[in-house]
Design a protein around this ligand. Structure first.
Ligand code: FAD
Ligand code: DHB
Length: 406
């Protein structure tokens, strides 16, 4: 569809990441129109290497939405995770501790590819390479999105706007000053992540605590390994030639009877670690979802999953409103999502704090506390169960009732 073909839609969605694409698909299935505006190219969005761990609830939803066929074929279902410290591995069995639940390893860009294919097949509009998106009138009953596409200035009038444009997007900034409370914690380290063309060295993920810093072994397929190393928050990737990366990974993962397989590195990047929440997650006719309104440090693997949980609530609220004029779901959107968001924030902060070397820990006090916590986790079924049920994902919440709305 060309941009000339429409001037109005029910839901204007900014951003074609997991949040925007899942929302668009859920709405389409309810017969609700939306237009998705994305500032990058399709190629860029489909190639962006990010998350890899899908919670059970995310997988179940994608399957229910009809976009889980390849995920079910190619995704790697894991029933446990290894915590490695002091050079020894300890397995946390998710299935045993959570009544059979688990996680699925399937790259975020694969989820995005499947959702884009479904969107295009549905014929619903999704515009790439859109410039200068400007939400306006969000305090009124007729918000709009101004933007430029193909060199032309456009305006899309909407009933509501969904800001699914990630942490650096424009929607959060469209809220008037003072209407949102921002809470943030920035960590004094980042992650250097690589993709290597080599079979994984273990069947399951390994979260590794080491005096030299945290390391994580993950994967994308039986042929591709994903590895992360704790690094400086502003690390210069040029300082990390492949040999240095492998040497550091070998040092941190060292474990008797186990060795790390090496292969050609095909992708390298540095990610800072941040916790951030903007409250409430809505203003007037603007509803924020996913990274646009909260960021978690990557250690708990929660970001993509939280984005999906948000838009599930938003899609239900919008369905109630468009189908029956019932505004309660929309008014309660933020109140419904935030308790689960904060639990995920806590889990991600806790995992991050337990595994990373703290730069100002001169006498090793923090490292000793971390080791005590890890020891406890691996010797107490109660503690291990808490980690397992958070890792596989807390239940998705349903819309708040009138009395819960603040
Ligand atoms: P995004 O994916 O950021 O999508 C926003 C979209 O909006 C983008 O396509 C962007 O191009 C577009 N956009 C931005 N600005 C504009 C604009 N002005 N106009 C139009 N479009 C715009 N999460 C997990 O759950 N599990 C994991 O294992 C995990 N691992 C991670 C590992 C790494 C290295 C990183 C970086 C992140 C990881 N995450 C993980 C987090 C996860 O990737 C994000 O939380 C997720 O992408 C959030 O989805 P989103 O749709 O809200 O935002
Ligand atoms: C991956 C990313 C994470 O943040 C995490 O905690 C586990 C795995 C991954 O990219 O595979």
């Amino acid at each position: 569809m060309s941009t000339k073909d429409f001037t109005h839609t029910q839901v204007g969605i900014v951003g074609a990441g997991p949040a925007g694409l899942v929302l668009g698909h859920l709405l389409h299935r309810q017969g609700i129109e939306s237009v998705i505006l994305e500032n990058r190219s399709r190629e860029y969005v489909e190639g962006r290497v990010r998350a890899g761990v899908l919670e059970q609830g995310t997988v179940d939803l994608l399957i229910e939405m009809g976009v889980g066929e390849r995920l079910q074929r190619e995704g790697l279902v894991h029933h446990g995770v290894e915590l490695r410290f002091g050079g020894v591995g300890h397995r946390i069995p998710f299935d045993e501790l959570t009544g059979g639940r688990g996680i699925t390893i399937y790259g975020q860009q694969e989820v995005v590819k499947d959702l884009i294919a479904a969107r295009i097949e549905s014929g619903a509009p999704l515009l790439f390479e859109v410039d200068d998106v400007r939400p306006t009138g969000i305090d009124t009953d007729s918000p709009a999105l101004g933007f430029r596409h193909g060199g032309e200035e456009r305006e899309l009038r909407c009933d509501v706007v969904a800001g699914c444009d990630g942490f650096h997007g424009v929607c959060r900034d469209a809220v008037p000053d003072g209407a949102l409370t921002l809470r943030e914690h920035v960590y004094p380290f980042g992650w250097l992540g690589i993709l290597a063309e080599v079979e994984p060295s273990s069947d399951e993920l390994i979260y590794c605590h080491h005096d030299r810093g945290f390391a994580l072994h993950s994967m994308r397929s039986p042929q591709i390994t994903r590895l992360y190393l704790q690094c400086e928050p502003d690390e210069d990737i040029e300082r990390w030639p492949d040999e240095r990366i492998w040497a550091e990974l070998h040092a941190r993962f060292e474990c008797k009877g186990w060795s790390l397989k090496e292969g050609p590195i095909v992708e390298k990047g540095v990610t800072p670690m941040r916790s951030f929440v903007a409250e409430p997650m809505q203003h007037g006719r603007l509803f924020l979802a996913g990274d646009a309104v909260h960021i978690v440090p990557a250690t708990g693997a929660k970001g993509l999953n939280l984005a999906v949980a948000d838009v599930r609530v938003l899609a239900d609220a919008l369905t109630r409103w468009f189908a029956a004029g019932d505004e309660s779901g929309l008014r309660g959107y933020s109140a419904t999502c935030l308790p689960r968001v904060w639990k995920a924030q806590h889990f991600a902060w806790w995992m991050t704090s337990m595994f990373h070397r703290m730069p100002d820990d001169r006498d090793g006090f923090m490292a000793r506390l971390q080791r005590a916590q890890l020891d406890y986790l691996c010797s107490s079924r109660a503690a291990a169960t808490s980690l397992a049920e958070n890792y596989v994902g807390l239940k998705h919440v349903v819309l708040a009732t009138e009395d819960q709305i603040v």
